[in-house]
Design a protein around this ligand. Structure first.
Ligand SMILES: Nc1ncnc2c1ncn2[C@@H]1O[C@H](COP(=O)(O)OP(=O)(O)OP(=O)(O)O)[C@@H](O)[C@H]1O
Ligand SMILES: [Mg+2]
Length: 242
């Protein structure tokens, strides 16, 4: 059902030792949306992504996914609820081939779909098909990002978390990655929560967005609203060619 809340983060505080990295964060993602989280280096964006998976664990607040409180669930059980991620830095397996990396993403529950799911990834990213037997570590940055997303898709997620998919990539590759995310959302209804430094690209892609500053969400709105917001423009969009 479109419009239903899929992920609901309420009052989440996360600490590293005594240092508080998230300061009571409220974020929600509805089914069928692409939601972007933007913010400067060190704002706590990756911490929020990782807190959804329970590592680090939220010290206060609740995280609800598809109506289930997952705040205290072990990470592997959270993954079994069909949340998948492409983490910051991509984290593909460098010595494994493209095919083996994709295999690692497939969950045992879905093995009957394996062939079909691999084909879907190759349709989305034909470059990966051409490099099926190449080791992950020898792929270009853009190809590694495609593989990281492809591996996450092999888990047949209801929610895809992406941490800085465009980082360090040339504009043409960034466009391909963002087009692929839009395509997944449009054709498969996949719900996406993405963290980006590329505020312009992310807000253009997103249904809604949030701005994070020092562990707090300071603004939210539709992608269009945030793109037009003078504070957002001054802090995150000025100096670019937009
Ligand atoms: N493992 C850790 N131990 C201690 N402090 C950490 C750890 N990871 C992150 N932090 C701190 O938590 C804060 C938030 O970091 P986080 O990585 O979530 O930011 P970010 O918004 O993802 O930044 P970037 O855009 O640079 O990726 C920072 O002050 C960071 O130094
Ligand atoms: Mg980060």
């Amino acid at each position: 059902m479109a419009g239903t809340t899929l992920l609901d983060i309420k009052g989440v505080q996360t600490y590293y030792g005594n240092i508080r990295a998230l300061n009571g964060v409220d974020v929600s993602v509805n089914e069928g949306e692409i939601v972007a989280l933007i913010g400067a280096n060190g704002a706590g964006k990756s911490t929020l992504m990782m807190t959804i998976f329970g590592a680090p664990r939220a010290r206060t607040g609740t995280i609800t996914f598809a109506g289930t409180d997952i705040t205290q669930l072990p990470t592997h059980e959270i993954a079994r609820m069909r949340i998948a991620q492409s983490p910051e830095g991509r984290r593909i397996f460098p010595r494994m081939t493209v095919m083996e990396n994709l295999q690692m993403g497939a969950s045992l529950d879905n093995l009957k779909y394996y062939g079909e799911d691999v084909e879907k990834v190759f349709t989305l990213f034909p470059r990966l098909k051409e490099r099926i037997a190449q080791r992950g570590g020898t792929l270009s940055g853009g190809e590694q990002q495609m593989l990281s997303i492809g591996r996450a898709l092999m888990a047949r997620p209801k929610l895809l978390l992406l941490d800085e998919p465009s980082l360090g990539l040339a504009p043409l590759i960034v466009k391909q990655i963002f087009d692929a995310i839009r395509e997944l959302n449009r054709t498969q209804g996949l719900t996406v929560f993405l963290v980006e430094q590329n505020a312009f690209g992310a807000l253009k892609l997103a249904t809604r967005g949030y701005v994070m500053v020092n562990g707090n969400v300071t603004m939210s709105g539709t992608g269009k609203e945030l793109l037009a917001n003078p504070e957002v423009r001054a802090a995150y969009l000025e100096g670019g060619h937009h």
